[in-house]
Design a protein around this ligand. Structure first.
Ligand SMILES: [Zn+2]
Ligand SMILES: [Zn+2]
Length: 412
């Protein structure tokens, strides 16, 4: 039989281990392990000398790599041991020369049922991990991605981040949203910052991460908020939407009601979180992009150097309610924002007098309105402004965000 003779002479020229030979008939009787299949084929073609030959290191295709399979499986389980996961994906990187040599052999015997060494590896590892962990294979969006690098003999586990969405309230002033480096030492640590390297002792991001990260045993956390208030501005009422991304979490099944309760007990009177829930990663960019447009309501305490009469207060309400204001990029942010004029709608205004030269003003504005500048006029860069209408120099003594509208997709 010429075919068998060809195969026999091929085996004489190219030494193949049982599994690499058996794999050339992978899809024929797929329940038989490739190692056994290889033995059978060698017997059939009369390549008796090699039937019990275990010296796979000399295999022309794999040079013994196939023998590492079981060890790699154990190594993967070892790496996965500390992580909670329900789904996984395994990828294998092979030295290109192994694949090239396999192609070369195939071009000599034209097997119709062959599978590549990659397929044998991945199938074995997939089944092995599945049997031992009861997790399922998910090639689209798995909880863990496992990369086996054969040339470097490494197993790398990449864990999908956990993303939590919610809203935060900030009940006190002078906590920034994220940490700023100390302006004296630029983050190195000095006397002025009490060796913390931070301009403000803490940040909303720090507080949330300190409280939430331990539940997930994550490596680190990143806060992504929908917009940012000035450091001296409180966030009350409905709170500001945010997402917290937890990188490399070991735990994934945490009851967020408990987390929420604990955060709120821990930081009572300082910050508060509401509506914590799990979301997927693309929600992060949605919060960031959609929030710019959300309608926001502010409460400002405005002070003038001179007394203000009732008629002037009425004039401010009349002129600003429903107005479209022209707002050139404020001087205080000009170094980091493009200098241009923005048109912003003021939906509603109401004023309550506090004293003869002070009043509280509630402003419902289009997202992205600079409220402090709407009050002071920013040296004529915002028109109209409270200062401009009054014809007086006024300052915004205190500012609170009291409502941030819902954005598309935030509703459950
Ligand atoms: Zn081999
Ligand atoms: Zn410092």
């Amino acid at each position: 039989m010429p075919v068998l003779d060809d195969l026999k002479s091929l085996l004489v020229t190219y030494k193949l281990c049982n599994r690499c030979l058996g794999r050339q008939f992978f899809y024929a009787c797929p329940w038989i392990p490739t190692g056994i299949k290889g033995q059978i084929v060698k017997k059939i073609v009369g390549f008796v000398a090699a039937v019990n030959d275990d010296s796979e290191k000399e295999c022309y295709i794999c040079e013994g790599i196939i023998n590492q399979l079981e060890d790699i499986g154990e190594k993967i389980l070892d790496k996965l041991g500390e992580y909670e996961f329900k789904s996984y994906k395994i990828g294998t990187i092979f030295p290109p020369d192994v694949l090239e040599r396999e192609d070369e052999i195939r071009s000599l015997i034209y097997p119709v049922d062959a599978a590549s060494i990659k397929v044998e590896f991945n199938r074995y590892l997939d089944n092995f991990v599945c049997n031992r962990t009861k997790a399922t294979i998910d090639n689209r969006d798995p909880d863990v991605k496992i990369t086996v690098n054969i040339p470097y003999n490494t197993v790398h586990v990449d864990v999908k981040p956990i993303v939590i969405a919610g809203r935060y309230l900030k009940h006190v002033r002078n906590i920034p949203q994220t940490s700023w480096a100390c302006r004296h030492c630029n983050g190195v640590g000095c006397e002025a910052c009490n060796w913390t390297g931070k301009e403000y002792g803490t940040s909303i991001e720090d507080l949330l991460i300190n409280a939430i990260l331990p539940y997930f045993e994550g490596e680190r956390g990143v806060l992504h908020a929908g917009g940012r208030e000035d450091v001296d501005v409180r966030v009350l009422g409905s709170g500001r939407p945010f997402t917290l991304e937890i990188i490399s979490p070991k735990k994934r099944n945490v009851n967020l009601e408990i987390v929420e309760r604990d955060v709120n007990e821990k930081y009572e009177g300082v910050i508060e979180v509401k509506g914590l829930r799990y979301v997927d990663k693309n929600y992060i960019s949605r919060v960031k992009s959609e929030m710019e447009r959300a309608v926001k309501t502010y409460l400002a305490l405005v002070k003038s150097e001179e007394p203000i009469d009732d008629a002037s207060i009425e004039k401010v309400v009349d002129r600003l309610k429903g107005a479209l204001i022209h707002q050139r990029t404020p001087r205080r942010v000009a170094h980091r924002r493009v200098d241009r004029v923005r048109l912003k709608r003021i939906y509603d205004v109401s004023i309550q007098r506090v004293s003869e030269n002070m009043f509280k003003m509630t402003l419902k504005c289009e997202g992205g309105t600079y409220v402090k500048e709407l009050i002071t006029g920013d040296a004529g860069r915002t028109k109209p402004s409270v200062s401009g209408i009054l014809g007086l120099k006024v300052e915004c003594v205190q500012l609170d965000v009291i409502d941030i509208g819902e954005f598309n997709g935030e509703k459950k």
